[in-house]
Write a protein that binds this ligand. Structure first.
Ligand SMILES: CC(C)(COP(=O)(O)OP(=O)(O)OC[C@H]1O[C@@H](n2cnc3c(N)ncnc32)[C@H](O)[C@@H]1OP(=O)(O)O)[C@@H](O)C(=O)NCCC(=O)NCCS
Length: 146
């Protein structure tokens, strides 16, 4: 079994994260390296993602897995970690995200929602202009891990 460790990103990880965000066409808005967590495999960063504290809610964003390590369960580990970390910070706050890979996020307990979500998500969806808007879903964590 691969030994993956997840921890807060260090400032020196930021160049890697920024480069991958660009390559994978991930959400580059309001980037602050201190919001990021990284997954390491033998000390090498293989995945990253961030938690943005939006006041009344958390947003999980900019999650990516190294191209050569996809479909190995690393993305799911990272997303579960980010959910647990959000809950550790505040168990009451709902957790949202926007995604074009609903199959991936639903495997961690997120569901598609069509109304009653915070306005920042609409704005964000509009910013992800490289994708057909109809492919982008706003998702909310259901409150349990699947
Ligand atoms: C999307 C991404 C993060 C998935 O990471 P990964 O490490 O390959 O995913 P995992 O191996 O942990 O897969 C977890 C589950 O999601 C499913 N899944 C993974 N990628 C998927 C995809 N593109 N479409 C549908 N389902 C997918 C897997 O089948 C698996 O399901 P299971 O738990 O039922 O077996 C990765 O492909 C990536 O970095 N893509 C580019 C960046 C991106 O699109 N990020 C947005 C994420 S919301």
């Amino acid at each position: 079994m691969m030994e993956i460790t997840i921890s807060k990103a260090k400032k020196r990880d930021f160049a890697y994260i920024q480069e991958k965000i660009k390559n994978y066409l991930l959400d580059p808005t309001d980037i602050d390296w201190r919001d990021f967590f990284v997954a390491r495999l033998k000390k090498k960063v293989v995945a990253f993602g961030r938690i943005i504290d939006r006041g009344d809610s958390f947003e999980i964003a900019s999650l990516g897995v190294d191209y050569y390590h996809r479909k190995e369960g690393i993305g799911k580990k990272m997303l579960i970690f980010l959910i647990q970390e959000s809950r550790r910070q505040d168990v009451q706050k709902p957790i949202y995200g926007i995604t074009h890979v609903s199959g991936f996020v639903s495997s961690c307990g997120f569901e598609w929602i069509k109304d009653n979500y915070p306005a920042y998500l609409d704005q964000k969806r509009k910013n992800v202009c490289h994708l057909d808007q109809s492919r982008i879903s706003i998702v909310k964590w259901k409150g349990e891990l699947v």
